[in-house]
Design a protein around this ligand. Structure first.
Ligand SMILES: *[C@@H]1O[C@H](CO)[C@@H](O)[C@H](O)[C@H]1NC(C)=O
Ligand SMILES: *[C@@H]1O[C@H](CO)[C@@H](O)[C@H](O)[C@H]1NC(C)=O
Length: 475
């Protein structure tokens, strides 16, 4: 039977064809030539985020990529495509020369011998990490037939409590200013700025949570999208008998930094090599912007009261045992209040422990000049704009480099202060290269400061920051 096609049907069919053509093809232009491609080719033009994470979750043996060491210093190393099987990390590479010369020793440590009172840590053995060629991995059947991809940036903290030796992670400064900051620094040194998808601990929860709860606040408020993996998850993964492929993973190991670090040994600070890594001036922005968005959402304005009057914040520790003698604290405050009355500064005398968390961070974000006695409060300089000023009050016969290292990493103008003078970097080392001692008054309530002299310093430091501007949020 002949099929009669009337005009209307032909018209509708043609319309349908045109619609299908328009909705299923893209015009691709390369070097002046235009070609018409099927819609399925479109995905390669979209940002990778829209690629379905579930689609490439399982990677079969034939597609195993090799591991790349992206950046690092001893104790802080960033990899792409690092494998993990049976609780061991595998650096799979046919080009081991591309790895840093410190090798495993600068990457991961074994546990120390409980009987060793010096807590010496040897480099990790094959039960923790190994470097293998793809062929060796295959011959020894180390990786199995497929791997499960863990996508996004993972940050791993390898340290655990060992007997009476703490993991150090349970103190906010040692977490944020050393281990976390180091991991973030190696990621940004590789030219990446992706916020972490997961934080991996090998320490038990009681060994990494700080008493004041700032670490957990930071994780939940600033990195709300990051999964926090406790030691039990590490064990689950190990027991699963499955191989995992970490797309991007940075590993921190305190003892590796101490064992191999160049500057670390002179200062006895695990983060002392981190300033050696080149990063962009804006390296902290992604984290800082998160805090800023939260502060703004909570109604805290990250602005000066008067646009040409810089904000000066005194991190006041008088409620704690390491502090200034009372008279000096009083004089210091009076001098700053005079500058405030004069309209030279906007002064904040901050007892951080009394402020709600977001208000603490909001205050330091708008601060141009921060000062205070050596202590955890000076970790807040991480959230000041780069090139702000920090003055750390030390006992006249002592010095420690913790917050100076942060200042250096932040590109702040940093000064160690001894009563009425600065204690310049050329005096920080003894002749043998090692850092000078903390001195007997380091943890005492006998710190002193000349308030009038500090007022002179503040005047100078604010004079060049009158026009400092808060960078706008990118989105
Ligand atoms: C898994 O690790 C344990 C402990 O390191 C080791 O004894 C065992 O041989 C490993 N199993 C496989 C299949 O590699
Ligand atoms: C600093 O203080 C010391 C001890 O009080 C004093 O001898 C010295 O003259 C002071 N220096 C300045 C620059 O004020």
């Amino acid at each position: 039977m002949p099929i009669a096609i009337n005009r209307l049907t032909a018209f509708l069919l043609a319309g349908l064809c045109i619609t299908v053509f328009l909705t299923h093809t893209v015009v691709q232009q390369t070097t002046g030539q235009s070609t018409i491609q099927h819609i399925s080719k479109l995905s390669k033009f979209l940002p990778s985020k829209t690629v379905n994470r579930w689609a490439d979750l399982y990677v079969s043996e034939d597609d195993f990529p090799e591991t790349t060491h992206m950046s690092g210093v001893a104790g802080f190393n960033y990899f792409h495509n690092l494998y993990s099987a049976n609780g061991t990390f595998l650096i799979v590479t046919s080009n081991p020369e591309s790895l840093p010369s410190y090798g495993i020793s600068g990457i991961l440590s074994a546990l120390s011998d409980p009987l060793d009172k010096y807590h010496n840590h040897a480099p990790a053995g094959e039960d923790r990490i190994m470097i293998v060629s793809p062929q060796e991995a295959k011959e020894r059947m180390l990786l199995g037939k497929a791997a499960i991809r863990k996508s996004g940036v993972s940050l791993m903290f390898a340290d655990v409590k060992e007997g009476t030796l703490s993991s150090f992670l349970n103190h906010y400064y040692h977490f944020i200013g050393e281990m976390f900051l180091g991991l973030w620094r190696v990621v940004t040194a590789a030219g990446e700025i992706e916020l972490p998808s997961r934080l991996i601990y090998r320490a038990e929860s009681a060994d990494w949570r700080d008493r004041a709860g700032i670490t957990t606040w930071f994780q939940q408020a600033v990195l709300p999208e990051a999964e926090i993996e406790e030691a039990t998850i590490y064990e689950d993964r190990k027991k699963s008998g499955v191989t995992f492929l970490f797309d991007k993973i940075a590993i921190a190991d305190r003892w590796a930094a101490h064992r191999i670090g160049q500057e670390v040994k002179y200062w006895n600070k695990a983060n002392a090599d981190l300033p050696l890594l080149d990063v962009p001036l804006t390296w902290m922005d992604p984290l800082r912007d998160q805090i800023k968005r939260l502060a703004l959402a909570e109604g805290c304005d990250v602005k000066r009261k008067r646009s040409k009057v810089p904000v000066v914040t005194y991190i006041n520790r008088q409620l704690t045992s390491r502090r200034l003698i009372d008279e000096d604290d009083q004089e210091l405050i009076e001098e700053m209040e005079k500058l405030d009355d004069e309209g030279v500064i906007e002064f904040h005398n901050a007892f951080m422990e009394k402020l709600p968390r977001v208000d603490q961070f909001c205050l330091v974000m708008k601060t141009d000049v921060m000062f205070g006695v050596h202590g955890n409060g000076l970790s807040h300089q991480l959230w000041m704009k780069p090139k702000s000023a920090v003055m750390e009050i030390m006992p006249v016969n002592g010095f420690a480099r913790d917050y100076a290292i942060l200042g250096e990493m932040m590109n702040h103008e940093y000064y160690a202060i001894h009563y009425n003078e600065t204690f310049p970097p050329e005096k920080w080392r003894k002749e043998n290269g090692y850092g000078v001692d903390q001195g007997p008054d380091f943890h005492s309530p006998r710190y002193t400061i000349d308030g009038k002299w500090m007022a002179g310093m503040v005047r100078e430091l604010v004079s060049i920051r009158i026009n400092a501007i808060e960078p706008p949020l990118p989105w």
